[in-house]
Ligand binder design. Structure first.
Ligand code: ATP
Length: 563
């Protein structure tokens, strides 16, 4: 297939807001594509050339794209800059200046060249990237120039994620969503949408039986459900392991001679944890995948350090410094793979034994503590003990259950402080910022008055509250800096059923996640979620969560019923 043909699909998708219509267009595209193309097409649709967890980036800023357009279409940098400013979008600018001479480049060729751009580094790499991009731009059609310039800037934004692609793959095979559940199960173990698409294009659904765990490819994290109290936990789960809920950062550790790590939202975080490069000594295994929570330890007091401080590690250049200031411990609570064998379907009771046999005492890795019980009273006592230690609570795990990648089922349940406060919101909500209104009074200085927050419905977002108070000025300032970069000219099409009264001054693309607490949930006709949070307060910004991980409408409903 030519890249021009793919661009026609991009155009159709760009102008479609209905999720079902998008799914059908994608399915049509997948039917038309060859088995060596489909995987690459999946990455390109998401504006990438590899799955998210392969830290492969373009490393290209606006001004370099401007130069590439100028080179390709024989224009001055000034006139391209003007066109860019006028259109407010690089794609439209490229299209308006188009002076290319071919449009027969295949998708594979374009993909390969884009991939080469991501791999270009070192002295002179900037010029080389610009030249490669200019070459590409002059060899594709007018419409293609629109999309080809947006991809390296992460501005393609067609309004869907891997989830809609999974639906579309099912649609390609069966003409409906019947294969979605099975596809998602495979995705949860191997979240590489391109690889999955290629596999089923070649072998149909039976190809999925070969999709398994691979060291170096993250497995989606098992998540916690909520239950209101200890009695219900024991009633529902029977015999359980109870562990402290460490308030740090989730880290999935992959070891095979060297170490790679992944965050909950599938980002490759290897650079953040240099101390994990030496864990071989602590492991009684050739290769292994571990699930852990990293948390800082104050070297003076030996006490655990808060989430906020632990995450200062996120700023990459500070690592060496914070490494000294905040040495991390990795509390390992699960083992998913060892020496060639997936342990996902092995019961936790056995996985835990294997885990204890695998980790040797040392500096970085510590096996999390736990008790095993089937008594609600013992569970409550253990939970209270965690609160006294200053932790968030406990995580309760069904003792005989397999590891459930990507699922928020009743195999893991979190037990937090709010338990039992009837008529109150029993947990915090993670919500994505959809837009903001400009500040008034003191807050004008930060540019933000209120933010509009949404929860997830499939690949779409619906509003659940507005948030103004509860944030410190420092936080608001930081928030504004992050949001400024996400500004959109129009309401993103994945924002559905937004009532006019909530229209913000500025829309932003769905990226930034906030954790909020509130007094309670009330039914709402105006908020798309069907509920709204009363007296919402900011708990913290969650850079470790992707928009796909925010609370869902269904979970909001459950929380409402529990209060
Ligand atoms: P919260 O918002 O309540 O902090 P969350 O939304 O980040 O939680 P949950 O699924 O509700 O995620 O809680 C599970 C998280 O708790 C895990 O992702 C992990 O980071 C953390 N955690 C801390 N201690 C443990 C433990 N012993 N076992 C499993 N997860 C743990």
């Amino acid at each position: 297939m030519t890249f021009s043909r793919l661009s026609e699909y991009f155009q159709k998708l760009e102008s479609t807001a209905s999720r079902n219509a998008m799914t059908e267009i994608l399915a049509e595209l997948f039917k038309e594509s060859g088995k060596n193309e489909i995987g690459k097409i999946c990455y390109l649709l998401l504006g990438r050339v590899a799955p998210l967890y392969e830290a492969i980036e373009f490393g290209i800023a606006d001004k370099f794209i401007v130069r590439a357009i100028a080179q390709a279409y024989n224009n001055s940098i000034d006139s391209v800059t003007k066109a860019f400013k006028k259109a407010g979008d690089v794609g439209t600018a490229a299209e308006s200046l188009y002076r290319g001479h071919d449009d027969h480049l295949s998708i594979e060729k374009v993909y390969d060249l884009l991939f080469t751009i991501t791999q270009t580094s070192g002295i002179g790499s900037r010029e080389k990237k610009i030249r490669l991009l200019a070459e590409l731009l002059s060899s594709v059609g007018r419409l293609s120039s629109r999309y080809l310039t947006r991809i390296p800037l992460d501005k393609l934004r067609l309004g869907f994620s891997d989830m809609t692609i999974l639906d579309a793959l099912s649609w390609m095979l069966n003409g409906n969503k019947s294969a979605r559940v099975k596809l998602e199960e495979a995705y949860n173990v191997r979240p590489d949408i391109g690889y999955l698409a290629k596999t089923i294009k070649e072998h149909g659904m039976k190809g999925l039986s070969h999709v398994g765990v691979k060291v170096g490819a993250p497995i989606l994290a098992c998540l916690c459900q909520r239950l209101p109290n200890a009695d219900e936990m024991i009633k529902k789960m029977g015999r359980v392991a109870v562990e402290p809920k460490y308030d740090g950062v989730r880290v999935q550790i992959h070891y095979q001679q060297t170490t790679k790590t992944f965050s909950r939202n599938l980002e490759n975080t290897t650079d953040m944890f240099p101390e994990l490069q030496n864990i071989g000594k602590q492991l009684n295994a050739r290769e292994v995948i571990l699930d852990s929570e990293a948390i800082g330890l104050d070297p003076k007091t030996g006490k655990l350090i808060s989430f906020q401080e632990t995450t200062t590690r996120k700023r990459k250049h500070d690592i060496a410094e914070t490494l000294l200031k905040v040495p991390l411990k990795f509390f390992v609570f699960d083992i998913l793979y060892k020496n060639g064998e997936s342990l996902l379907s092995v019961p936790f009771s056995k996985r835990r034994r294997i885990l204890e046999e695998t980790i040797r005492a040392g500096n970085s890795l510590v096996v999390s503590e736990q008790i095993i019980t089937d008594s609600a009273a013992a569970l409550r006592v253990y939970h209270d003990k965690q609160l006294k230690k200053g932790l968030e609570g406990a995580v309760v795990k069904k003792w005989d259950s397999p590891y459930e990648p990507g699922r928020r089922g009743y195999t893991w349940v979190k037990f937090k402080e709010e338990e039992g406060k009837t008529g109150k919101l029993t947990d915090t909500i993670d919500a994505v910022v959809m837009g903001y209104t400009s500040g008034e009074g003191k807050r004008t200085a930060f540019g933000i008055g209120q933010v509009l927050l949404g929860v997830r419905r499939g690949d779409d977002f619906v509003t659940v509250t507005k948030l103004g108070s509860g944030a410190t000025e420092k936080e608001l300032g930081g928030l504004f800096q992050s949001l400024k970069k996400l500004r959109m000219k129009e309401q993103p099409k994945e924002y559905k059923d937004v009532d006019k009264v909530y229209y913000p001054d500025v829309w932003v693309s769905p990226k930034l996640v906030l954790e909020i607490a509130g007094d309670d949930l009330t039914k709402s006709k105006k908020h798309g979620a069907g509920y709204s949070v009363r007296f919402p307060r900011l708990v913290r910004i969650r850079p470790d969560k992707s928009p796909h991980e925010v609370t869902t409408v269904k979970e909001v409903e459950t929380l409402f019923k529990q209060q």
